[in-house]
Structure formats: C-alpha cells, structure tokens
Ligand binder design. Sequence first.
Ligand code: DX5
Ligand code: ZN
Length: 223
Amino acid sequence: MQTDMPHLITPSILSADFGHLQEVCEMINKSEADGFHLDVMDGIFVPNISFGFPVIKAIQQHTKKPLDVHLMIVDANKYLERFKDVGADILTVHIEACANMQRTIDAIRKLNMQVCVAIKPQTHISILAEIISDVDAVCIMSVNPGFGGQTFIEGTLKKVQDLKAIILSRKANALIKVDGGIDLSNYMSVVNAGADILVTGTAVFGAKDPVKAIEALKINVGL
Ligand code: DX5
Ligand code: ZN
C-alpha cells in the first residue's frame, strides 16, 4: 500500500555528536529532512537518560524546522508547558506512560502543539481505537524505546498495515510515524506498509555523509 503524500524523514539526534550541536543543526537545516526528532528519556520509563530542556532550547535557536519531542518519561503532564516554551512543535507521548491519555491529548492541544501518541513494540494497536480521531499522528516503535542503533522489529510492518486500515476505515487523519532501526535496506518496506513519517538516527549520523543519507532515505522507489 502506498500513500499519496511523499514520506517524511525526521532524524533523531540521539546518535549525533553533542559536542557539535550547532553543526548538527546546520546539517539538518540544509538537508531534505522534514524536522528534528528529539528523544527525551528519564531513566524510569526507559533504562536510559538522554537530555532535556536546555538542549531542546539550543536546537530551537538554530533551526526553523519543526521539533518533534519524543517523551520517554513518566509524568509527562507536569512538563507539557515547559516543552512548549523551549520550542516543541509536536509532542510524542507514550500511551503506556499516561494515566489518562485523553486528558494529556487535550492539554497538548490547548498549548497549540501537535499530538502524537507512541506505542511500544509489545503494545497492541487496539489500544488506539478510542483516540485515533483525536491525534495528529501515531508513533509505532519498531525497537524497544531507550537506545539508538537497535535492530528493526519485523512484526512492525503488519502493525503499520493494520493501523493504516483502521485509520482509513474511520476516515481519521492521523499520520503514521515509525521509530527505530530504520535504514536504507528497510525504509521502503516501512513506507509501503503505510508509514508517513520515518525516524532515523544511526542511518543518518552513522553515515559518512549525513546529508546524502537523508536524501537517499527520501527517495520513494515505489513498489
Ligand atoms: C529509541 C528512540 C529512537 C532512536 C532512533 O528509543 O526513540 O528515536 O533514537 O534511532 P535509530 O535509527 O538508531 O534506531
Ligand atoms: Zn524516538
């Protein structure tokens, strides 16, 4: 299945060189990337700690491209406004970390940010049925959240296809984002399954020429 809209690429800076953040921003700015994917981890929801407000704010000062902040934290509700203040355009929140997903969705909307709901590989898409019409996107994790550089879980493709069918049958507008383990060898199968947005970390920052890697990942080679 192919979508009409060309797929988007949002590099995850998790595997970038944090000693040269400004250059990372400039590289993404001049590339064909459609935005930044910023992975915030608290050491509780996931077994890793990444970065927080100051880093997001620094990135915001060096780009006009949208910032998608992927919250892998408990108690996201406490910090929604602060993420808005440092420049988040899209908040991606895990359904497994929210006591009341609808309340979190409404709070994000009130702050004029886009809402994306993320699910871990073990979470079934049926959990999304009640909220699919209320979100801008769903993020299907194709690795266990917490680390860059993991292997893509193949079962994700079926999940993406099934979610696409639900979105179409409900006439919902939610986009499908897939995050983790995506590279040049598998990105088109993810797009063909129905994904609109691909998050890519290692495939971009592990490449000799990250701008060229992004360009390659944007090419829709068809079925
Ligand atoms: C994993 C993160 C991903 C990850 C993507 O918890 O949410 O965004 O950094 O990186 P790669 O492409 O290396 O899997
Ligand atoms: Zn992520």
